[in-house]
Write a protein that binds this ligand. Sequence first.
Ligand SMILES: CCNC(=O)c1c(-c2ccccc2)csc1NC(=O)CNCCc1c[nH]c2ccccc12
Length: 328
Amino acid sequence: AQEGSVAANPQAEDEAYVCPVTAGSSQLNLDFDTGSADLWVFATDTPSSESQGHNLYDTSSGQQIDGATWDITYQDQSGSKGVVFSDTVVVGGVTATSQAVEAATSVSTQFVQNTGSDGLLGLAFSSINTVQPQQQTTFFDTVADSLAAKLFTADLKKGEAGSYDFGYIDDSKHTGDITYVDVDNSQGFWGFTAGGYSVGDDTSAGGDSIGSAIADTGTTLLYVPSSVASAYYQNVDGAENDSSQGGYVFPCSNTLPDFHVAIGSGVFTVPGSYINYAPTDSSGSTCFGGLQGGDGQSLSIFGDIFLKAHFVVFDQTQDSPRLGFAPQ
Ligand SMILES: CCNC(=O)c1c(-c2ccccc2)csc1NC(=O)CNCCc1c[nH]c2ccccc12
């Protein structure tokens, strides 16, 4: 049975975390994304005007899947599209022998400019993989039956390398018990129900329920209902929801309160320091919040700001999928 571990390296401001992956004969740094299900890469097929500065997947090592194409657009309107190869993909010693590697023939500006990432490795459910006419499986689904245990864990960290482990739980990476909750994967995401929340010294998480949420390593920030974000920033002097800046900003001199949320039988805390995401400009006087209101959509997105404060188990060992959360 296979098991393995790979480093998750934070990009600037922890905007994303990239991991070293071997695809065929190519070494790539990919953004592991539990919010999508395509393994797509910059490749020798990518126009050179779009691939400068990126490591490229050499398609000559793969077998092109005849007639297969893919096209993905993310909510922030970034995206990419292209053709598909079958090749060997190795992540932390875990080998997928016939993995669909989606080679980009077109990539949007945001990804072109982010030269620290050579593509994405989707870890959501294969039901939302975009390859047509025959949908393909994620790396995890491809190797799942060969793993010692059908699960992977995410141990992201603030400003330093964390890890993704496949096939086992490393108990040295978490303190306390793991709290498990059921997953609703009907939308293809690692969906769960978040309970009440509280702010600062009140650690009760007794407030209104946050509701439907997803665990999404591919999203940088923590998006909660606008009422929750508003209640949080009532506690921050000078905070305002500035649409020209894209959300809540505040004077960087603030010490931000912690954010507590009930999940299953546990209460999980995001330190206030994690919610002071980054300065909005070089003067460093105004800072952008790591906790933001969703733009009206009902789904809360527990992105890296939340995930990097915890040890998270993405578990398909039972009849139905579940998520586990533990303090790091
Ligand atoms: C803001 C990015 N997140 C989303 O749009 C998103 C949503 C979503 C749905 C409705 C409204 C807002 C967000 C659902 S699942 C989901 N998650 C993903 O889509 C995860 N993959 C993001 C890949 C991605 C898009 N732009 C990037 C820039 C840097 C690194 C990664 C990325």
